[in-house]
Design a protein around this ligand. Structure first.
Ligand code: TYM
Length: 331
């Protein structure tokens, strides 16, 4: 039976947080045995906000190493850098003629980022979801494993795919988001009404995948909790609920199981347990990533064969699209 196709990516736009791990990468690893997976480092998306060129270059490689360190196997899935496959930018241009300005202006992330980077509301920032649609549609993906914040972008991808198919004839598979319950939305440790983000100015708000054990435990100890003293998930307890979610995601258990485990435990001991669990889980990943970054040649090789694989798959879709819309290709 033909395997279903999976597509996802992370932007090298800052230090990755445990949210990127639990919302995305962790799930990718589990799925690589059962799906045909394409995982990219989305460097073209990253430049929609200002990046320091040397840092962008370093982070791109760091994320590739992280993918491998987390357990993605280049023999099983295609790992590559988005800008190495020019078909992404080409299809993005074509889809720009199908996507509407009005719908892009309504995207939550565009509105948030425009506010945050008011001095740099560039065309790329608004076009971000169209490039994302190009990424996904090029590979005819069935599923897109992402965190909850990206659901809207997968939905607009579906709209764009349907619109194109209706207008020009079937060219794209219409993908579905794949969002797991535990870990799909990790909130800031300092303000649990806000998503944990790579770019938070408060360094205690986010736990980075690169943080050392002491830092991780300290950040969890300082995490904002709620009134009361019961460790239980509830709407009026956003801080504790977030910590329970993080624990469940890292332990691979359900929220209910996590709650049961900490019944009767005080906040202090609970926070320490979450910190230790996260630190224990990240230590081997950090060690492996460091090792991999010491072998740049190997990494470059993985990314090169990944890009070749990706190009082969992308080229098929792109030629089909060009034919459908009437771009002259010779007879
Ligand atoms: P990025 O780098 O912003 O996020 C990468 C992944 O991490 C998830 N995520 C979270 N999950 C849970 N809790 C959080 N606090 C949290 N913060 C981030 C995101 O949902 C995402 O899955 N636009 C994409 C990158 C991309 C992409 C694609 C994804 C480019 N092309 C094609 C899928 C398919 C993004 O948000 O990257």
């Amino acid at each position: 039976m033909e395997r279903k196709i999976l597509y996802s990516a992370v932007q090298p736009s800052g230090n990755l947080t445990i949210g990127n791990y639990t919302g995305a990468i962790r799930n990718w690893v589990r799925m690589q045995n059962d799906f045909d997976c394409f995982y990219a480092v989305a460097d073209l998306h990253a430049i929609t906000v200002r990046q320091d060129p040397a840092t962008l270059r370093r982070r791109t490689l760091e994320i590739a190493a992280l993918y491998l360190a987390c357990g993605l196997d280049p023999e099983k899935c295609t790992l590559y850098v988005q800008s190495h496959v020019s078909a992404h930018a080409e299809l993005c241009w074509i889809l720009n003629t199908v996507a509407y300005v009005g719908e892009m202006e309504r995207m939550t992330q565009f509105k948030d980022k425009s506010q945050k980077h008011a001095d740099n509301i560039n065309m790329g920032l608004m076009d971000y979801p169209v490039l994302m649609a190009a990424d996904i549609l090029l590979y005819q993906a069935h599923y897109v494993p992402v965190g909850a914040d990206q659901k809207q972008h997968v939905e607009i991808t579906r709209d764009i795919a349907n619109r194109f198919n209706n207008r020009y004839g079937e060219a794209f598979r219409v993908p579905e988001p794949y969002i797991l319950k535990e870990g799909a939305k990790i909130m800031s440790l300092q303000d649990p009404s806000k998503k944990m983000s790579k770019s938070d100015e408060n360094l205690n708000a986010s736990v980075y995948l690169a943080d050392d054990r002491d830092t991780i435990i300290r950040k969890f100890k300082r995490a904002v909790t709620d009134s009361g003293n019961e460790v239980r998930a509830a709407a009026e307890k956003p801080g504790i609920t977030n910590l329970l979610n993080i624990y469940a995601a890292f332990r691979g258990c359900t929220l209910e199981e996590a709650e049961r485990e900490f019944q009767g435990t005080g906040y202090g001991d609970f926070k320490l347990a979450v910190g230790e669990t996260v630190a224990d889980a990240l230590a081997p990943v950090q060690e492996k990533q460091k090792q991999l970054l010491g072998d740049k040649e190997y990494l470059a090789g993985v990314l090169q064969s990944g890009a070749e694989n990706a190009f082969r798959a992308a080229r098929k879709t792109l030629s089909k699209v060009c034919r459908k819309i009437g771009l002259y290709r010779g007879e």
